[in-house]
Every structure is written in structure tokens, then in C-alpha cells.
Design a protein around this ligand. Structure first.
Ligand SMILES: [Zn+2]
Length: 345
């Protein structure tokens, strides 16, 4: 069996573990509900139990390290989970120290959005791009930026809080306290809230029938829009406009080669894409208008494979580039083509 990493994706509701190959293939996967209210010791106990289970089921696995991701804020260099709002009792938990002492293996830590960005960049929809922005649109909006072949970290690893850039002066208050955050107007939660406001229980609308007269969710909106429901279509159009405004900012700020959209709302990507495109073409400067906006490819394993790549791809760029460089090194052909990175450096 080839070299593997143990990977963990610690979320507020689910804890996932996996054995992952360098290719990004997942050899084995386990998960359980996170004991999110029980404090850090209990959750780290869960991680250790899942790791033991994976290793016991695959005794021949050559595990070279552990890659983990958790909700921010966290400091990836110091290896500290600073205090995620979705995990009670986590204050400056030295996750790398704890896990490396427990397993005697190198451990790397990244915030979950950055790990998913790495996953999509190395193995998914962003393969081969030198610069990429990953945006996950679900309950909230998060993201990660790959800039010139590296995750863009900023001070204390806190860069790319895409969901909290201000894109309007009105609307509902964000949980961060501000009005007009990208997340507050364009997340799946915001879309569901708009749909709930536009309809009423028992009004016979398709949206309320789909939700059994409860609150309408983004999933119901996408489902209703697919059948041509007029209200749902309008909601999707407005959603696409907000996403287009946010994406225009990202194009202007980071000049990526591609924007990858993931999260639950990516299920409606085909419906949203024309409106996103039209908004970008109406607002972005000409030089940015041809950048592709594409749906994510890896679904809920993006974080796991991205976290694994922190160990298995350490210090290396994305897949396509790395493979070209490997070939050139192997053949000693760096000078022959005259076009390799090292020649220019
Ligand atoms: Zn906010």
C-alpha cells in the first residue's frame, strides 16, 4: 500500500476521518456526530478513537502524518484552534501539540475553508490553476484563496473571511454584528429567509408545500425553481445577483484564474450561473470578465483531501504543475524545453 495520511475534518455537527493517498483518493472513511457541546478534550478523544479505528482496519497502511482542519479562527502555523463559535469550550487549543504527542507523527492544521480550497485546487475543480478563489455558500459563506501557488494566510492565518466583506449597506444583521456582509445577504440561510418572508404557511405556494408549511430553505428554493415556479425563479435571480457582486469583488482583489463555488447552494449552480455571469459582466472591469466560475467537484470530501495534502504535498504546488515538474526533474529535461519554472527562477 502506498504512503497515506490520516485526515480529520472537524465540523460543528460532524467529525470526519479518512485515510487518504497522495493522489487524493480516499482509502477509508469514518464519521460521527461531533460532541460540540462537550469541550475540546471530549472531541479530541473522538479524533483519537476514529484514528485507532482506521488504523486497526488498515494495519498495512503506511501513515506518514496527520492533516486536520477545523473551523476558524485558528492559527495554522502555531497549530492552535483559537475559538470557533460552533465548538463550545475551545479556547486556544494546541491541536498540533496534542495530536503529535498522541500519535508520534507530524501534524498539520488548517482552517476548514482553506483546507477545502486546497482540496479543490490539488484534486478538484481548481486543478492546474496558479491562483484560485474557493467560495463555499451554505449556512454561511466561507472561502480560501490560492495566490501564486500558495494558500494566502495573512496575519495569524486569518485572511479570506470572504463572508464578512461588506457588499451593501442594508439588510439583515450578520452574526458578526455588521449589516451588509456577503454572508448576511447571499448565504443559503439568507436565501431561505427571503423565501420564508415572501410566502406564508398555508398559502398554497410550491415553496410552502415543499417545506410542509414550515420555514423555507435554500434547498426548497432550488427545487421549486427547477419546476419553473415564478417566486422561486425571482429568488434565484436575486441570489445570483448578490453572488455576482461578491464574486466581482473577489476577481478585482485576487485576480484568480478560476472561482470555484462549493457548499450546499452549489447544487443549484446551473440555475445561478447565468445570473452570476451577467452580474460580473455588468460590474467587473473588462480584463476580469473572462474568468471562469465553476462548481466544486469534491463535495464533502474537499476538506479531508485538502487536509491530507498538507502532509502529502507539503511545500508543493497544485497537481498539474507538480506533475510537470516531477517529470522534468526525473528526465533531467529542465533545460530542454526552456520553459520550466526553475529555468526562469
Ligand atoms: Zn458578518
Amino acid at each position: 500500500m502506498s504512503t497515506l495520511a490520516l485526515a480529520f475534518d472537524l465540523g460543528g455537527t460532524e467529525l470526519r476521518g479518512a485515510l487518504v493517498e497522495r493522489s487524493g483518493d480516499v482509502v477509508a472513511r469514518v464519521s460521527e456526530a461531533t460532541l460540540a457541546g462537550a469541550g475540546s478534550e471530549a472531541v479530541i478523544g473522538q479524533i483519537i478513537t476514529l484514528a485507532d479505528k482506521l488504523l486497526k482496519e488498515h494495519p498495512q497502511a503506511r501513515v506518514v502524518g496527520i492533516g486536520a482542519c477545523a473551523p476558524g479562527p485558528l492559527d495554522p502555523k502555531a497549530g492552535i484552534v483559537i475559538g470557533p463559535p460552533t465548538l463550545a469550550g475551545w479556547h486556544n487549543v494546541p491541536m498540533i501539540d496534542i495530536l503529535s504527542r498522541q500519535f508520534g507523527l507530524p501534524v498539520r492544521l488548517e482552517n476548514d475553508a482553506n483546507a477545502a480550497a486546497l482540496g479543490e485546487w490539488r484534486f478538484g475543480a481548481g486543478r492546474g490553476a496558479a491562483s484560485m478563489v474557493f467560495v463555499t455558500v451554505s449556512t454561511g459563506i466561507g472561502g480560501g484563496v490560492i495566490a501564486d501557488g500558495h494558500i494566502y494566510h495573512g496575519r495569524r492565518g486569518l485572511a479570506a473571511e470572504i463572508g464578512h466583506m461588506t457588499i451593501t449597506g442594508e439588510g439583515d444583521r450578520c452574526f458578526c454584528g455588521n449589516v451588509g456582509c456577503f454572508e448576511a445577504v447571499a448565504s443559503g440561510t439568507a436565501l431561505g429567509r427571503q423565501a420564508t418572508r415572501l410566502t406564508a404557511p398555508g398559502d398554497g405556494s410550491l415553496l410552502r408545500r415543499l417545506s410542509n408549511n414550515g420555514d423555507v430553505s435554500a434547498r426548497h428554493v432550488v427545487e421549486a425553481a427547477r419546476t419553473g415556479d415564478a417566486t422561486a425563479r425571482q429568488l434565484v435571480e436575486a441570489e445570483a445577483k448578490w453572488l455576482g457582486i461578491g464574486f466581482t469583488n473577489l476577481l478585482h482583489l485576487y485576480s484568480p484564474e478560476v472561482i470555484v463555488m462549493g457548499g450546499g447552494l452549489a447544487n443549484g449552480f446551473d440555475l445561478l450561473a447565468p445570473g452570476i455571469r451577467a452580474t460580473i459582466e455588468g460590474r467587473a472591469m473588462q480584463a476580469y470578465c473572462d474568468v471562469p466560475i465553476v462548481p466544486a467537484e469534491l463535495g464533502d470530501r474537499a476538506g479531508l483531501v485538502g487536509a491530507a495534502s498538507l502532509i502529502l504535498w507539503e511545500g508543493e504546488p497544485g497537481t498539474a504543475l507538480a506533475m510537470v515538474q516531477d517529470e522534468e526533474t526525473k528526465n533531467g529535461a529542465g533545460g530542454a524545453s526552456g520553459s520550466s519554472q526553475s529555468d526562469r527562477a
